[in-house]
Design a protein around this ligand. Sequence first.
Ligand code: ATP
Length: 221
Amino acid sequence: MILVGLTGGIGSGKSTVSSLLEGKGAVIIDADAIVREVQLPGSPVLSELAAKFGPEVLASDGSLDRQAVANIVFTDPDALKSLNAIVHPAVGKEMNRRLIEQRTTDHVVILDIPLLTENPREGLQGKIVVDVPVEVQVERLVRFRGFDEADARARMSRQATREQRLATADFVIDNSGGLPELEPQIEKLWLWLRSLPQLPSDYEPITPTPNGGPKVPPTDS
Ligand code: ATP
């Protein structure tokens, strides 16, 4: 297994780049998707969240009302710590389970972690940063995601800056252009990924430290 992280600001194009890499044969482990999965109705995480924050965090269909959780933790750092203490161990465990499943293969495994710069993870062979200028990011969030501009900017202000993210990059994908401009960069990225050494087949994934996860709530974006 070759193991690399992929990150970028909200709406920068992480999922777009991930699916292009998946098309090349990479295995994508998507942290946001795992967060949603471990919080599904019937999960121990959802029960714990309801016990901690009250029934108001449950929607009428029994699923997690992520906006209600976000509203609680936005102004309450202790509540955010409690949220992280409930969610992160389950996410870390599932992520590691998937890594262990891959460690005897020769696959390129991409950990798509939106807040990798804010919360560095050890044991990666490199970090890919999907980079876009702030104004392109805002424009795409407004145009394709239905954000209002102030909300897009507020969310971005709670994340690492573009410069902080770039400072951690081993490979930068410039996603300021259109999709055709991405293709040649993905070709180069794939060559770079395939050139990295295979990890040993008994590779042990790190166990993330408690509260070492996202410093902002894991809301849908
Ligand atoms: P999030 O932070 O919400 O998970 P993301 O970083 O995964 O977002 P994407 O979902 O890949 O970002 O992209 C955000 C939006 O911008 C999507 O609607 C996507 O189709 C569009 N998009 C991504 N890259 C480009 C591009 N090069 N040209 C035009 N639109 C793009």
